[in-house]
Design a protein around this ligand. Structure first.
Ligand code: UD1
Ligand code: CA
Length: 496
């Protein structure tokens, strides 16, 4: 028999969130709340983990399946009507009591909306359960404002006798500041027998899980409560206000871990880092930096103010200058990005390459040591090593119907303001003269020019200046006239 299986109750509507989205899908530091609960359950259990879904159950299930890598193995049970927490737990019975027998000795039950709860606290709760030889152990904490929570009633010697929901509590019971966190350890055998006995005789007409406490006590069984001093950890999210609080605490935790691990943050309060981000030692983050999703940043890199890195991998000693946006990009060691650069999905910047001001990259590889320093759009292209992309270069990758690729081989020099009309290949070492519109492949080592030859008209500018000077003089003379007429001809008459 396994030691511990777990249930996460995640079927509730979350009315007070005022949202079209199920409460447990609301993200905290980049991950839906339910992920934290399921992941915690998975980490402390050696048996099955069952997430009970209901409201928007298909979406919650789809999300959990997509996160298989971090949560597997995981079972999902449906609670079609949300009749209360006791009823929710019952939905896990077929998984946790196969053929009517307990699959694990203990069952850990978690509310789906307490994402700050830590593994250390849950482990302490499990130890407390064992040490006190209880049949049910609940996690409690003391709150100065306990409103909305179930109040924990204890006997003189300390054992728990019941939890009274806020809506059912008498004025005197409401003054009790010790609350039920919504984290329970229960002997599996006892749990499913007790659930059968629940009655919805309360203010909300629901089957309360907390009523199993009274059932245990009436059978002379022991119920203990472990009080934790860290009440922030116990915070249950019922509204957007709560969500914003939890978000801040979670972000602070993530920052503390990274600071501890050797990351510098010039202004931690404005630095937002998602839960699953990794950052190497001696990397420096400037104010207003956001790092989201599955991003990984190497060592000794610098990310300057107001840049956002999303689902991207950044190597060691990379410099990302101010106000750059990277999404789904790969940047290798020693490269420089920005300021004001935009790297879209599929952008790969090889080592020591440079992407400068107002340059946009999409689905493109910029080879080792290559440079695109100013004002360019490079999309659907493969660019080799040591290539220089002149200011204002555009890969014309779209003809209104389909996308085509541009290939620029090693050592190519593209002059400024060039348009490369894909599909097109610029051969190794070739030079494209500034202002070109390249529609045909350029052979290796060739020079491609595609602009009309320049014409110089000697003395033209001086003649024009002189002409306008006389014009102006005649106009100022006739100041009385309301609309002076032009007398001289434009300077285009004279030719080269
Ligand atoms: C619950 C506790 C309360 C405790 C508080 C801590 C009960 C009866 N009350 O109250 O003692 O102080 O949590 O935050 O348990 N859920 C379902 N199916 C349902 C109803 C709820 O899956 O039919 C899930 C919700 O999605 C949520 C969790 O159970 O994740 C708790 O439900 P919620 O309605 O938030 O309970 P509270 O009123 O906060
Ligand atoms: Ca709640």
């Amino acid at each position: 028999m396994k030691r511990i299986s777990a249930i996460v109750m995640a079927a509730g509507l979350g009315k007070r969130m005022r949202s079209k989205k199920a409460k447990v899908l609301h993200p905290v530091a980049g991950r839906p709340m339910v992920w934290y609960m399921a992941s915690l359950a998975r980490q402390v259990s050696d048996g099955s983990v069952v997430v009970v879904v209901g409201h928007q159950g298909d979406q919650v299930k789809a999300y959990l399946e997509q996160e298989k890598k971090t949560l597997d193995p995981l079972d999902i049970a449906f609670q079609s009507k949300q009749l209360g927490t006791g009823h929710a737990v019952q939905q896990a019975k077929s998984v946790l009591m196969p053929k009517g027998k307990s699959a694990a000795e203990l069952c850990l039950i978690l509310n789906g909306d307490t994402p700050l709860l830590t593994k250390a606290t849950v482990e302490r709760l499990l130890a407390h359960h064992r040490d006190t030889q209880a049949v049910v152990t609940i996690l409690t904490t003391e709150l100065t404002d306990p409103q909305g929570y179930g109040r924990v009633m204890r006997r003189a010697e300390g054992l728990v006798v019941k939890v009274v929901e806020d809506k059912d509590a008498s004025p005197e019971e409401r003054t009790n500041q010790e609350v039920n966190v919504g984290t329970y350890v229960v002997s599996t055998d006892f749990l499913f027998k007790a659930l059968e006995k629940l009655k919805p005789n309360n203010a909300q007409g629901e089957y309360y899980l907390t009523d199993i406490i009274g059932i245990a006590v009436s059978q002379g069984l022991r119920v203990s409560g472990m009080k934790t001093m860290d009440s922030a950890e116990c915070f249950g999210v019922n509204s957007r206000e709560h969500l914003s609080f939890v978000e801040q605490v979670m972000r602070q935790r993530i920052r503390s871990q990274l600071l501890e691990a050797g990351v510098t943050m010039i202004d931690p309060n404005t630095t937002l880092i998602d839960d699953n981000v990794e950052i190497g030692q001696d990397t420096v983050l400037y104010p207003g930096v956001t790092i989201e999703g599955n991003s990984k940043i190497g060592c000794e890199s610098v990310i300057r103010s107001h840049s956002r890195v999303s689902n991207s991998v950044i190597g060691d000693r990379v410099i990302i200058e101010d106000s750059s946006i990277l999404e789904g990009a790969l940047v290798e060691q020693g490269a420089t990005i920005g300021p004001f650069a935009r790297l879209r999905p599929g952008a790969t910047v090889r080592s020591k390459a440079k992407v400068g001001n107002f340059v946009e990259l999409k689905n493109v590889e910029l080879g080792e040591g290559s440079k695109a320093n100013h004002l360019s759009y490079l999309g659907d292209a493969t660019i080799g090593k040591n290539v220089n992309i002149g200011a204002g270069t555009i890969t014309c990758n779209y003809d209104g119907y389909k996308k085509e690729r541009t290939v620029i081989e090693d050592g190519v020099f593209i002059g400024s303001d060039s348009s490369l009309v894909a599909p097109v290949t610029i051969g190794k070492g070739a030079v494209v003269g500034a202002g070109a519109t390249v529609t045909k492949d350029v052979p290796a080592e060739a020079l491609a020019l595609s602009r009309s030859e320049q014409v110089n008209r000697e003395g033209w500018a001086a003649r024009r200046r002189a002409m306008y000077a006389t014009d102006k003089a005649s106009v100022t003379k006739k100041t009385s006239s309301p609309s002076p007429k032009r007398t001289s001809k434009p300077p285009t008459k004279k030719t080269q």
